[in-house]
Design a binder for this molecule. Structure first.
Ligand code: ZN
Length: 418
């Protein structure tokens, strides 16, 4: 709009000027290089305008000529970029179809065309990995670690590589370096914790996990559980009030965590017997975990059989049909010498699942009741063949440890046992 107003105003001024010049033609006399030129003002202005237009056109032509290589370079670069992206796409497809050599060739071409692009490094590394060329893979991943946008990917690649070649020292060093350079990275944190707990470095583990909790790097529940595991392991290296204080801290993080409850109750037992049993009972009421039944049974072992029986009766009441309840009751009745009821409970448990504990108890009762030898032998054989009931299972490797540990002693999995 403003442009239009200016154009109209300029046109009006031009017409007014032309009209005024026509009315006031006047004469101009010039002497230049020995020539005398006589003309009107209008003609002189016209001539000046033509010279101005010629000069402007000349200048425009010169500028276009000067810019031509620039435009050509831009077009050339764009074309190379497009080709590079095409090759990168082809490399990706080759990777997806597990064609390592083809992926390598395409990735190399893409890298040649897009030399500044981090993507081509990753493609080359992946292609080298597919071909199990460790030296080349390491070279590409190392190159990636030098670029801020691909540092994390490069480090992950190098760590995975070191792990594949079972190079423990390099793996540990890379993980530690990566974690301290990027403590906010979830993958770095998880792997660092995994590595230091394997070395039983509980102090460093506690520090790292506390950091993830404060900075909300890992989900709260996961970090809390990991911290509980570490505190529990730390408490095992201490004794008395020091151990108890650590376990209380762990317990307060999540009061439903079974290993923590058991360990805390165990530490409380010598001084706060009633509190220890209440803790086990309350947790069992909500979650009848077999390890709680074992822990409760251990907590009444030093009592007189009848006192122990009363505690067991109270403990098992919320889950009276649970196999662990049946076995606890069978053992308690057996201790009291009430063999008939003990047998009933043991047999009920066998209906749920054949188990070594029940058969062993039945064998003992048969022996005590002076039953024929073939019956005791039958129970002994069945006890041998039946699977034992487990308190703990590592979900990563299927290991059944007798005592819970934060790190599985079979597969080194951290917090994989429950
Ligand atoms: Zn395991």
């Amino acid at each position: 709009m403003i442009r239009k107003i200016f154009a109209t105003a300029f046109l009006i001024a031009l017409i007014a000027g032309a009209v005024w010049l026509a009315d006031n033609q006047g004469n101009v006399s010039l002497i230049w290089l020995g020539y005398e030129i006589q003309t009107s003002v209008a003609v002189l202005l016209g001539a000046a305008s033509i010279v101005f237009v010629i000069l402007a056109l000349g200048l425009y032509f010169l500028l276009t000529l000067a810019h031509f290589p620039l435009h050509w370079r831009d077009r050339h670069r764009l074309k190379r970029q497009q080709q590079g992206i095409d090759y990168a796409g082809k490399a990706l497809l080759a990777l997806a179809s597990q064609q390592g050599d083809l992926a390598e060739s395409f990735a190399k071409k893409a890298h040649g065309l897009l030399s500044e692009h981090s993507l081509t490094l990753l493609l080359q590394a992946q292609a080298a990995q597919l071909q199990q060329n460790t030296a080349a893979t390491t070279r590409f991943y190392t190159e990636m670690t030098k670029r801020p946008e691909t540092t994390a990917l490069g480090m992950r690649g190098l760590i995975t590589n070191a792990r594949k070649t079972n190079d423990t020292n390099t793996t540990q060093k890379l993980i530690t370096d990566f974690y301290y350079a990027h403590p906010e990275n979830v993958w770095a944190t998880e792997n660092f914790v995994q590595e230091i707990v394997k070395q039983k470095n509980w102090d460093a583990a506690e520090q790292a996990i506390t950091n993830t909790l404060t900075k909300k790097i890992l989900p709260r529940a996961v970090a809390q559980q990991a911290l509980q595991g570490v505190l529990l392991e730390k408490s095992r290296l201490l004794s008395g009030s020091e151990a108890l204080a650590l376990l209380e801290r762990a317990f307060n993080l999540d009061k439903k965590n079974i290993p923590t409850v058991i360990e805390f109750a165990h530490a409380l037992l010598p001084t706060q017997e009633a509190r220890a049993r209440t803790l086990l009972y309350k947790t069992w009421k909500k979650n009848p975990h077999p390890a709680l039944a074992t822990a409760f049974q251990a907590s009444v072992e030093m009592l007189e059989p009848f006192a122990a029986y009363k505690h067991i009766k109270y403990f098992t009441a919320p889950h009276v049909k649970n196999i662990n309840s049946l076995l606890l009751l069978a053992a308690a009745e057996f201790s009291l010498g009430i063999l008939g009821r003990a047998t009933d409970f043991a047999e009920k448990s066998l209906k749920i699942t054949p188990n070594r504990t029940a058969y062993t108890l039945l064998q003992k009762m048969a022996e005590q009741g002076n039953k024929p030898k073939n019956i005791t032998e039958k129970y002994a054989l069945e006890a041998q063949q039946a699977a034992p009931l487990h308190d703990w299972t590592c979900h990563a490797c299927g290991n059944h440890p007798v005592t819970w540990h934060a790190v599985c002693d079979s597969c080194d999995g951290f917090m994989t046992t429950s």
